[in-house]
Every structure is written in structure tokens, then in C-alpha cells.
Design a protein around this ligand. Structure first.
Ligand code: BGC
Length: 775
């Protein structure tokens, strides 16, 4: 009897289930029509292990605390009765961030450490960035993740921003094109991206509450532009709304930003998810156009249900967001039930990482010392032995290995001063041992966000420098910076070199030069540092940024000339911090100089009276004059200009032309390798507008291109296209982008200051492109 009842019950149950519509690409409205309000609310709120700590179980089917991919940033909730599967999202811009180890398993789940974004932008090569995107996308797919939380594309407004390593550039066109290339690469693999952090998230200090006070013109032309380019050229699956406020409203609750600009003006079709924050006014967020509240808490689900019942949130708004989320879900590998392997091809991706990194290394100085032949090198600086592949926070990747410089140079035939190497080894070991007692060591996410042991630089007594100068043929000094999410950098001991670093550098340069030997500096940094006060000392300066897990090999390949450097700066290196536009309108007085002193930096975050300048609010007083727009227009000298980078060869430029075809303009020029070795050249096209129109920067980047590898004597004809809209500036009065008519100047440059060819072109008629008016 009992058996019969069970049979009858399960037959009835399966009939009931099969009577429910099961989600397909074609029946989304049908599915929405049978969803309960609770189910809809649940779909609009994410879930993640550890973050759902309220202890209240999720409604149907969502086991709180259960993570499908351990270490992933979050998940969407499932509605099993309607065939809506959960989907998984994981960081981040330099590769996929998941836990490398799982309880009870012997095997590891490492991901490839690709170069950080500031390096990718330094390639000025959208093709290689797309290749990196493809490899990242494959890894995302094969580890069972549906969306990778990147790329990040906030403008490098100020060199002190702790997350600049995760961003592309101070210039919106370079940043936008890189973002689009990355999105296209990742999404070609059938997984999604989340372009972040939308918008004006340019400081880490008090990032959840800080109000970015910025003019509509600067917003439209500078801070929103990379996102606009990415949406128009790549249609990312998702966009992440930023923590901060923009002109008084939290970006995540800003209807103007998330609906009128993003969707109405630009045509964004995907999902907006919030950056990972505690509950805010859920109904306001949903109404504004944040579809998915991350990382998600039960109370947000309850609030959405309550708000609809009270009438403070309309069912129409809920349904709009549910529809967008379902449109996203049906595209995911999880919906297709893709059988992921958990075995991405890490070897081939390591090769992609190395190639991309090599293209982005910027050679800042070379007094004939590079390329090097294998020799006996004395390696100074902690990072010569402990190479930094990326920064701290969600942008960190758990890589299978990081190649350090010592090993890489040895593998290319160098010998290295062993007593010196031993001294560093002991120092690093001793410093790391102290870490066990560090107050932050109990932070459970430590490993997963890349917070390593704080190893401070050392200064040696003078005899060490003179002895090594006798013993070795050459010195390499590697200086490092490990910035990260949640705290900004300081001017003292971070943007500026510390006294110890300066003494080390001076000591090595004096001793080696006295012995007739050369010194090469390697900057293993995630952002701009002061170079002007010391750059005369060494013979060469190389900037590999944080080049990913192949770091040491990348540096060695460029040092030896196996690779001819072709990276160019995506950001200006000013002479002094004080020269930065809006230098005073940035949090310089919070946090201590010690780059590893995260505790005091975090503590500072909680010291506010609610109306503190550069903490609770920040005035973007420089307007559109960010980076080179300021330095070039106002004639301010810099240490290294935007776009700068040396090569082991030289190039000549032919006759330039700009031809109009309707609304498009095609700039063309022939570039020839006139040197002795093969190499690649970056051609940067800056445009100056006719006088008498709107107030504009002296020149602005409108297009760029990179030659293929040209053999000595070989030429390539380069074409770069831009259109009339690209020439427009934003007029707040009419709320329109305006292209003035008249004669413009096209400058074909090797960096923003160095012009190799110039030609005028005429825009015959003025144009106006109206957009939503935002007050
Ligand atoms: C970061 C995001 C990241 C998210 C999930 C946040 O703290 O700002 O960039 O994607 O965490 O890890």
C-alpha cells in the first residue's frame, strides 16, 4: 500500500513539474508569467558562500553557503521548478580568480596569471588583447564559470589610485578600445564579461560612500567614454555598477546612469550587477536599472517582495530586470549544460600570457646598454627574487607559478652574483617568517586575494656595492610596488621612492659606474612612480609593470633582445606628484606610506565626520583636463609623456594623409623600419580641433595602430579610421556631442609630444549628437 501511494504521488508530482514551463530561449515571457514574486525577487539577488551570513535560508533550491565553483565571486539563484539553473561569476581582470585548492582533493585548480590591464594597454595592440581575452574566456568556460568579472575600465585619474593596475589608461579612447577587444575575446568563447566599475570609481579611499563630483562634460567625454565604446563595439553580457556615488547619487541607484545613459543613449542590452556591497535601498537599485544585487542577502529578497507589496517598487520594474537576467541565463554554458573539463590548457595560455606581456614592456631609457649579452649580473632589489605578477584584491589570480628574474636570467645563460642572492634569500625568508604574527594573517581570504608577506627593501653597507661591482659585469636593480583594492597609494614611500630605495639605487650606480660597469633598473610596479629625480643615475630603465606569471621570462626576453620592446605608456609619468591635475583633489592624507601596512590604511577608512573632502566627496576640479590633456594644453613638463616607449630599432614615416568618406575619416601613412633589427612601431594619431569652437585640449588621441613585426628595411602602410562623432566634444548647454566644422590637424606621433608627420583635414559641416539631459 505504501509503495502504491509513493508511486501515485511521484506520478502526480512529475505531471505537476512537466506542466510547468521549463526555461528556453523562446519562452522567457511565459516563464516570467508563472513566476511567483518571491521567485522573481530571488533571481534579482545573488548568493555567495560566506557573504550570506544572515543565517536565513534562501527560499527554494538555493542552499546557502554552497558554492558550485569554490572561490568564485558569486552566483545567481536557481528556480528549479522552472528549469532556471544557477550561474557562476568569478573575478577578474588579470585571469580567473577561483580557489586553487578544494577540501578533500589532491589536485589543484590554478588559473593562468595574465598581465595586468595597465600592461595590456601598453601593448597598444587590440589583437593581442583579444587573444588574451580568448584564453581567459576558455579558462572561464572550462572551470565552470559563466561570467568573468572584468575587464575594469575606470580612467586613471590620479597615479595614487590603488587599482590603476586593474585599469587600462588615462585616455578614454585607448581604454575603450582595449575594453572592447577584451570583451570580444572573452565572449567569443561563449561566456560573459562584466565591464566595471560603472562609473567614476577613481579612488579606493572610502570607495563605498565617496561622492565623485564631476561635470557632465568630463563624465561624458572622459569617465563614461570607455564604457560607451565597449558597449557600442562589444555589447558585454553584463556591466558592474560601482560602489561610489556620482554627483550625490550612488551609481548603483542612479536611473540616469543605468537606464537613460547606458541603455537609452548607448543601447546596452545586458544585465547590470552591483559591485559587492551590503544591502542598500534595493527598490531604488532595481528601479534605477541594477538588475542583480551582489553578492546578495536574504534580506534584500524580502525587501523586494515587501516593496512590491507596498507599491514602492513596480512589478514592471521587477519583470524588466527578471527578463534581462533570464536573457542572460539562456546564453550561459550552465544553461546549455556544458560539460566543463576543469582542465583548461594552462600551457598554451601561459604562452599567450608571455607573448602579450612581452608586447607591453615599456623601455623608458637605454644608454646603449641594452640588449644584453649573457654575463654575470648582480641582482639587487627584493623583486629580483620575488617577482610580482599582479596586485592585491579581487584582481589577484592564483597562478600555478610565477617565474622570478633570477631563474629566468639563469635559464638564458646569465650567472648571478651568488653571495648577493643568498643575502636576499635570507632577508626575504626572515621577513616572511614575521608574517605569521601579522595581525592580518587571520584574514581567511588572504591567499585568495594575493596579500603576501611584507618584505621591505634593504640597503647594504657601501662595501657590498663596491665588492659586487668588482665581482659582477653588470647590476640589475628591481624596484617593486604591490598596490591593491581597498586602499590608495601614498605620495611618500610609494609614488616617491623610499629613502632606502634611493640609497640602494645610488649606492649601486656609484659603485658600478666607478668600476666602469652598467646598471639597469626594472620597475615591477602596478602604477606610476616618480622617476625624474633618479632617472639620470642608471643606464637603462625598463618597465614590465606586473606582467603575469611568466614575469621573469618576459623581462629576460626583452633584456636580451630576444624580444624588441614595443610597449608604450598608457599613462603619463609626471615629474612631481604636485604636477598631477587636481593633485589636491585626491586622498593623499589617508593611510600611511608603508605599502604593506594595510591595517592602518583600512583603519583610516573609518575616520570620517561625513563631510570630509577627498574622503566623503571628491571634486574632479580638473574637469576634462585629465593626464596628457592637462600637461600638453598647459605646457607642463613631464618625466615620460603619454605614449612614450623606446625600441631597439628606429622607424621613418612617409607622407601622411587623411581622406574623408562620408562621416568617416581615414588617416594613412607608410612606416619603415630603418634600424638593424626587426621590431614593431605604434602610430598614435592625435587631433587638434580648429580654433574658435569649444574649449578643447590642445590635442586628443583619436586612433592608433601597431605595425606587424617589420624586418630591417621593411615598410607597412598603416590606415586608421575615425568618424565625425569621435571628433565631438560634449556641450552641456544643449546636452549634445558637437563636432565643429573647420580645419583640424592630424598629428602622427610616437608619443603625445613627438610628432613625426602632420596633415590638415576639413570637416565640412558641423554636427550635433543629442543625448539624454542629466542635471
Ligand atoms: C570589487 C570588484 C569585484 C568584486 C567581487 C569587489 O570588491 O570591487 O571588482 O569584482 O569585489 O570579487
Amino acid at each position: 500500500m505504501k509503495r502504491l501511494t509513493t508511486l501515485l504521488f511521484s506520478a502526480a508530482f512529475s505531471f505537476a513539474v512537466s506542466a510547468q514551463p521549463q526555461l528556453t530561449e523562446k519562452n522567457i515571457s511565459k516563464v516570467i508569467s508563472v513566476m511567483t514574486l518571491e521567485e522573481k525577487a530571488e533571481l534579482l539577488v545573488g548568493s555567495i558562500e560566506g557573504m550570506n551570513y544572515t543565517g536565513v535560508p534562501m527560499p527554494t533550491g538555493n542552499e546557502e553557503g554552497y558554492q558550485r565553483v569554490p572561490g568564485a565571486g558569486g552566483q545567481t539563484n536557481t528556480v528549479p521548478r522552472l528549469g532556471i539553473p544557477p550561474t557562476v561569476v568569478a573575478d577578474g581582470p588579470a585571469g580567473l580568480r577561483i580557489s586553487p585548492h578544494r577540501d578533500g582533493e589532491d589536485r589543484s585548480y590554478y588559473c593562468t596569471g595574465f598581465p595586468v590591464e595597465i600592461l595590456l594597454a601598453s601593448t597598444w595592440d587590440t589583437g593581442i588583447v583579444q587573444e588574451v581575452g580568448k584564453a581567459m574566456g576558455k579558462e572561464t568556460l572550462e572551470y565552470g564559470v559563466d561570467v568573468i568579472l572584468g575587464p575594469a575600465t575606470n580612467i586613471m585619474r590620479n597615479p595614487l589610485c590603488g587599482r590603476n593596475f586593474e585599469y587600462y589608461s588615462e585616455d578614454p579612447v585607448l581604454a575603450g578600445k582595449m575594453t572592447a577587444a577584451m570583451v570580444n575575446g572573452v565572449q567569443s568563447q561563449g561566456v560573459g564579461t562584466s565591464v566595471k566599475h560603472f562609473a567614476a570609481n577613481n579612488q579606493e579611499t572610502n570607495r563605498e560612500m565617496n561622492d565623485s563630483r564631476v561635470s557632465q562634460r568630463a563624465l561624458r567625454e572622459i569617465y563614461l567614454k570607455p564604457f560607451e565604446i565597449a558597449v557600442r563595439q562589444a555589447q558585454p553580457w553584463t556591466i558592474m555598477s560601482a560602489y561610489n556615488k556620482v554627483n550625490g547619487e550612488h551609481a548603483q541607484s542612479d536611473y540616469d546612469l543605468l537606464t537613460r545613459i547606458l541603455r537609452d543613449d548607448w543601447g546596452f542590452k545586458g544585465v547590470v550587477m552591483t559591485d559587492w556591497t551590503a544591502p542598500r535601498e534595493s527598490e531604488k537599485q532595481i528601479h534605477a536599472g541594477s538588475d542583480l544585487l551582489m553578492p546578495g542577502r536574504r534580506e534584500q529578497i524580502d525587501r523586494i517582495v515587501e516593496a512590491v507589496s507596498e507599491g514602492s517598487l513596480s512589478m514592471k520594474d521587477v519583470d524588466t530586470s527578471v527578463e534581462r537576467i533570464l536573457q542572460y541565463i539562456v546564453k550561459t554554458p550552465r544553461f546549455r549544460d556544458y560539460k566543463y573539463s576543469d582542465q583548461p590548457d594552462l600551457n598554451s595560455h601561459a604562452a599567450v600570457s608571455r607573448k602579450a606581456a612581452e608586447e607591453g614592456v615599456v623601455l623608458l631609457k637605454n644608454n646603449g646598454v641594452l640588449p644584453l649579452r649573457p654575463c654575470d649580473a648582480a641582482l639587487f632589489g627584493i623583486q629580483s627574487y620575488d617577482f610580482l605578477h599582479d596586485g592585491i584584491g579581487s584582481g589577484h589570480v592564483n597562478t600555478p607559478y610565477v617565474v622570478n628574474m633570477l631563474d629566468a636570467l639563469k635559464s638564458q645563460g646569465f650567472s648571478c652574483n651568488e653571495p648577493l642572492a643568498e643575502a636576499y634569500r635570507l632577508h626575504i625568508q626572515a621577513e616572511k617568517a614575521k608574517w605569521g604574527f601579522h595581525p592580518m594573517s587571520s584574514w581567511p581570504l588572504m591567499e585568495n586575494i594575493g596579500v603576501g608577506a611584507p618584505v621591505h627593501e634593504v640597503e647594504f653597507p657601501d662595501y657590498v656595492y663596491s665588492t659586487t661591482a668588482q665581482q659582477s659585469d653588470l647590476a640589475i636593480v628591481t624596484l617593486g610596488r604591490k598596490p591593491g583594492e581597498g586602499f590608495d597609494r601614498s605620495v611618500e614611500d610609494d609614488f616617491n621612492l623610499s629613502d632606502i630605495e634611493l640609497h640602494l639605487l645610488k649606492g649601486v650606480c656609484d659603485a658600478f659606474h666607478a668600476a666602469g660597469k652598467k646598471v639597469v633598473v626594472i620597475l615591477n610596479v602596478g602604477g606610476v612612480v616618480e622617476t625624474s629625480s633618479w632617472k639620470e643615475w642608471p643606464d637603462a630603465i625598463m618597465l614590465p609593470w606586473m606582467p603575469g606569471q611568466e614575469g621573469g621570462n618576459v623581462v629576460a626576453d626583452v633584456l636580451t633582445g630576444k624580444v624588441n620592446p614595443s610597449g608604450r605608456l598608457p599613462v603619463t609619468f609626471p615629474i612631481r606628484y604636485e604636477d598631477v591635475p587636481g593633485a589636491d583633489d585626491y586622498p593623499t592624507s589617508f593611510g600611511k606610506g608603508d605599502r604593506f601596512d594595510i591595517v592602518s590604511k583600512l583603519t583610516d577608512l573609518y575616520r570620517s565626520d561625513g563631510n570630509t573632502r577627498n574622503f566623503d566627496y571628491t571634486e574632479y576640479s580638473e574637469g576634462i583636463y585629465v593626464g596628457y590633456r592637462h600637461y600638453m594644453t598647459r605646457g607642463v613638463e613631464v618625466s615620460y609623456p603619454f605614449g612614450f616607449g623606446l625600441s631597439y630599432t628606429s622607424f621613418s614615416y612617409g607622407e601622411p594623409s587623411v581622406k574623408r568618406k562620408g562621416d568617416n575619416y581615414i588617416a594613412a601613412i607608410k612606416v619603415t623600419n630603418t634600424g638593424e633589427v626587426s621590431g614593431r612601431e605604434v602610430i598614435q594619431l592625435y587631433v587638434s580641433a580648429p580654433a574658435g569652437g569649444m574649449d578643447k585640449p590642445e590635442r586628443e588621441l583619436k586612433a592608433f595602430a601597431k605595425t606587424r613585426e617589420l624586418a630591417p628595411g621593411e615598410s607597412q602602410y598603416i590606415q586608421m579610421t575615425f568618424n565625425s562623432y569621435d571628433l565631438a566634444s560634449f556641450d552641456e548647454g544643449t546636452s549634445a556631442f558637437i563636432t565643429d566644422k573647420g580645419t583640424y590637424t592630424a598629428r602622427f606621433c610616437t608619443d603625445v609630444r613627438t610628432e613625426r608627420a602632420m596633415v590638415g583635414f576639413v570637416v565640412p559641416t558641423a554636427k550635433s549628437y543629442p543625448v539624454s539631459r542629466i542635471n
